[in-house]
Structure formats: C-alpha cells, structure tokens
Design a protein around this ligand. Sequence first.
Ligand code: ATP
Ligand code: MG
Length: 558
Amino acid sequence: MSELEAKDKPSNFIRDAALEDLKSGRYKGIVTRFPPEPNGYLHIGHAKAICLDFGLALEFGGRCHLRFDDTNPAKETTEYVEAIKADVRWLGFDWGPHLYHASDYFDKLYEWAEALIKNGLAYVDDLTPDQVVEYRGTLTVPGRESPYRNRAVGENLDLFRRMRAGEFPDGSKTLRAKIDMAAGNLNLRDPVMYRIRKTAHHRTGDTWCIYPMYDWAHGQSDSIEGVTHSLCTLEYEDHRPLYDWYIQALGIYAPRQIEFARLNLSHTVMSKRKLLQLVEEGLVSGWDDPRMPTLAGLRRRGYTPGAIRDFCERIGIAKADNLVDIALLEHCLREDLNLRAERRMAVLRPLRLIIENYPEGRAEELDAVNNPEDPGAGTRKVPFGRILYIEQDDFRDPPPPKYFRLSPGVEVRLRYAYIVKCTGVERDAAGQVTTVRCEYDPASRGGDARGRKVKGTIHWVSAADAVDAEVRLYDHLFTAPKPDETEDWKTLVNPRSLEVLRGAKLEPSLAGAKAGDRFQFERQGYFCVDSRDSAPGRLVFDRAVGLRDTWAKIEAKT
Ligand code: ATP
Ligand code: MG
C-alpha cells in the first residue's frame, strides 16, 4: 500500500477510507459505481459524483460501473439513458463492459424478498399510501404498527405472489420490511420494499407490475456487483442503517456506503425536478439550453470536459454542505480555453469606420497571432480595407473621462494593423453615430506607434470580407445566488440571461467554423459554435464565458 500512499494527490476522507480498507484487507480492490436514475439529464452536481466514483477506481486500478437506477418506470425513458451515457463518455470516463441496470436484478430482488418473507422479516400491508405515512409517525411521534403486520408467513407469500401476478390495483398493497416501528430513524419504521405500479418499464416492458423501492434495490445491486465503496450524497446518511440491515438480513456480501456533501452551485438550481420544470414550462429552450447547469447545456455552451474535471478537483470532497460560487466554474473554463482557443476578431455590435486616406479598391492582408499562449498555433492573414467595422462601444463622442478608445481628434491602434485618427462622424436624424471617419498613418503598419503615445487598441473586421453571424450572450440563469431558498424560485429566472445579437461581423477565417469549435474573440470572451442552431451558411455562436475573471476577486476577498 505504501506506493499508493506515496502518490501526491490531495487526499480526502473517502480516499483515506479506501486506503484503510485495502490495508486492513476488508476489500481486495476498489469497485465503485455511478448510479443515475434515468429521469432527466445529468448536471454539474452529477459530474462531481462521476469524477469521484470513476476517479477513485482509476486511481486504485479498480473499476467503476455505470448502473441505471431504473426502479420508477413512470419517470424514466430511453432518451435519458442514452443522454446519460453520452455525457459520462464526454466527461472522459469509461465503464468498459460494466453497464448495469437495477432492472437487471428484478428477478433476484424478488427472490430475496420472498426469502425475507419466509424468515418473517417482511409482510404484505393493506394500508393505503396515505395511511402508511400516517402510521409512520414523525421524529417526535413514534410510529404505530399496521394491523396487517403480523400476518402469517404463508398468507404473506400468497399475497405477495398475487401482487406480482397483477391481482391487485395500484396502491392497494405494499410489501414492507418488518423492522421496528419505534425506531428513532424513520427509515427503519418498516420501510416499503415494493409497491404496485401497472406501468410499462422502458426495459422490462410489462413483465412487472410491482417495482422495488430505491432502498431495497440499491444496496442489493451494489452487493450483486461486488461494489466495495458505494459513494452517495449526504441525504442518504440516514438510509445507511437500512442499507446495512437489508444486506445483513439476507446474509450477502456487504459493500460500504460512504456519504459526501453534494455540490451546490450559486445562481442556478440543480434538482432534476426543477430542471425538468424549466424545460417543460419553456423557461429555457431544452435540457441543453446553454444556460442550464446540465452537462448537455455546458457542452453546448462551450465547456470542455477538462474544465469540468478541473472544477470537480478544485471543489474537493467534504462532509459539510456548502455553496460553490459559479464564478469558480467559469474560472476553470477560462483557464482551459486560454491555453487552447485560437484568437479571432469579431465585432458584435458593428459601427462603420471609413479610412478616408486609404486608397479605394486597395486590399491587403495583415498577420495575426492565433494564440499567444501557444506559439505552435502559428499566425493567420486578416484582410484589411478602407471600410471596417468596429465595436459601437469603442467610439464615444464626447469621450467620458479616462476613455482610451476612439473619439473625435483621438488616435487608436487597430489591432495588427495601423494607427488611425478620428476626423469626424456621420449621424442619422436621431443623432446616432452611423459612421466614423478616420485617417490612417501608412507608416504605422503592424501597429508601430513610432514614438507617439497611443493608449487604446481596438479590434475590427474588414467590411468587404466580413462573415455574418448571430451571437448569443448569456448571463446567470437566476438573479439570486440561492434561488432554491425561495418558494417562488421560478420568478428569479434572470430575464437578461440571454441576449441575441443578430448582426455580428466576423473576420473571414471564421467562415468554416464547425459546430463545437471554440475561439477567443479578442477583448470579448470565449465563444463556441452552437451545435444545435448553426447550419451551413448560418453561423451561431454562444458566449461560453467572458474574459473578466470575477473569481480572482472573490478569492482575494476570502
Ligand atoms: P437530483 O437531486 O438532481 O434529482 P438525484 O440524486 O435524484 O439528483 P440521481 O440520478 O439519483 O439523481 O443521482 C445519481 C448520483 O449522483 C447519486 O449518487 C447522487 O448522490 C449523485 N448526485 C446527484 N446530485 C448531486 C450533486 N448535486 N452533487 C454531487 N452528487 C450528486
Ligand atoms: Mg436519486
């Protein structure tokens, strides 16, 4: 084990527990599983669990299973199953041959349920679902035993078989474990193991009309698969005694459940139920809306798997709940794209600029650096001409204090090109500037200021060569850091979370950009070609993240 301990990875209590269990011989290797319920798309919180489950197995040369927890047919679909597989692969993890479903074990679970009945440890109950809740009691009120609790083994077996055969309507009976209605832990007050649901299942079809509850399915699935460490979020801590009880009652191989704090991220919601509401009520365009915290949304937005894994590494694994600022996630993306994204010039809100002393009909190409962080990325040619587009924001008349961009009589450098001086403007009837007139200094080619002070450098695109594009700017999906704390959380959806700019002008090298390609638009941020709405002849870019790093500030404050 010493070589394992010697690895200089930062440890956490789960990794420590795994090390300890290997050392003590409790387990011979590490087997974990990621157990999504296919009732929605994966979100960034799931990414934390995936990185932990797969990461731990990888580190110890073990294996991690992908197991669909498909015990509730009413909410689960094959679309979700396929999306989840694609997302796990995209994140960079591989379950190899170890793809499983709780529904693979329905026969085995049924057999085990009969075994518990035969041992007097389970009974068929006729209480209605509401009565079951009522009889359970609360933390302060002890539970009451169901009048059906002491049925004979033979009667229980007969009724359970008839439940399975479809003789009883939905909700009319349940199978319950016979544990302790006075237990301090509510999960031990005779938990329901099976309920009747005459609903087709996306994998088993109409074979079953009784379905196992999560607690009854989960630990037994772990046991069947030889999982050593069953890692889950803190809300399952109170379920652990039940997890262990079932395993002991059956006398089967015992995995070890360990809980960790779930990821909470600011300015978003993370429960699948709420994400589904956003989709169904049209508050977003779908599960892959680039504002969503889903992996599909983040991918479409331009997130890289590396940035997400880096984020999961940095937030670490702890036992206490906390809220992670979304600025950290954005910071991780910025750091990753800074190294890999090529730079381009793009004018998002164009303003025409005419260089009066630039010969009409003349065209030239200037050299632009693709990525200052990566000399291997080389350079490209950018066409220049008499008429350009600049950003509306880069011109002001009159200029506010400390404004170093263009205004009448002032000089700026056009990135990679020349120094120009503003000589006048044209305005429309409403007084809006429609064109900026300039003169350029032919000797300043490449941006050489030749001894004078030119404070501002702005980007531009040659009008004759520009490529049109739609650019979508995103802001946080919610205006409040913790929308979950409000009953009316949907009223906190940020009305300015999406701004669509239809008239953007891009340098022509972007004409061939493909879905998913990512670039830094100089001075603007990182952008990704939208994979859903871009088509040949129609470029749509999503802003993945701006350039300004708010995380550095937050970190400095704390
Ligand atoms: P949700 O609350 O979003 O519906 P869930 O727990 O019901 O999530 P599952 O599909 O059951 O969703 O989750 C699969 C695994 O991912 C579980 O082990 C769960 O603990 C883990 N997980 C879910 N949400 C988070 C989160 N925010 N942070 C870390 N792990 C999470
Ligand atoms: Mg769940």
